[in-house]
Design a protein around this ligand. Structure first.
Ligand code: MG
Length: 166
């Protein structure tokens, strides 16, 4: 089995919820009575995906590339941040083979949006949607997720670099 050139990365993110919608998760706008609070558009899943890709290529993290102290990043579309980060990953010679993601939200139920979210992430990365796994979990009514105070996301990314000797 040929395994040279494979790199794995992990990303995790948390954002607090505040009153008033809509929600923005995985590049998809979801009708809901709360939104995620943060400096950019606070898309918790796209931030986790971005960090997983950057981590797999050892290119730092989303906070280094797009500081939350920079005015230009205020309210910024996280899909744009993901595309820019993945361009750096591609420039380093890597291609994403697949992603596996989990979103942790007590409400709303995200099951009906999983396919749409996967399709949007695939579009942003110019990959086939069958390379993007999206799972939705609740917080089982405990902790900040379970109490509806926050939404979290995790992502694992596998990259491939052709011709790599390592
Ligand atoms: Mg974030």
């Amino acid at each position: 089995m040929q395994v040279q050139g494979l790199r794995i990365g992990i990303g995790h993110d948390t954002h607090r919820l505040g009153p008033g919608g809509p929600l923005r998760i995985g590049g998809v706008t979801i009708d809901f009575d709360h939104h995620l609070i943060g400096h950019s558009d606070s898309d918790v899943l796209l931030h986790a995906v971005t960090d997983a890709l950057l981590g797999a290529a050892a290119l730092g993290d989303i906070g280094e590339l797009f500081p939350d102290t920079a005015a230009e990043n205020a309210g910024r579309d996280s899909g744009e941040l993901l595309r820019l980060a993945y361009a750096r990953v591609r420039d380093a010679g890597f291609t994403c083979l697949n992603l596996d993601c989990i979103v942790f939200a007590q409400r709303p139920k995200l099951g009906p949006f999983k396919r749409t979210i996967a399709a949007r992430i695939a579009e942003l990365l110019e990959l086939d949607a069958d390379r993007i796994g999206v799972k939705a979990k609740t917080g089982e009514l405990v902790g900040p997720v379970g109490r509806g105070e926050a939404i979290q996301a995790e992502c694992v990314a596998l990259l491939y670099r052709a011709g790599a000797e390592d």
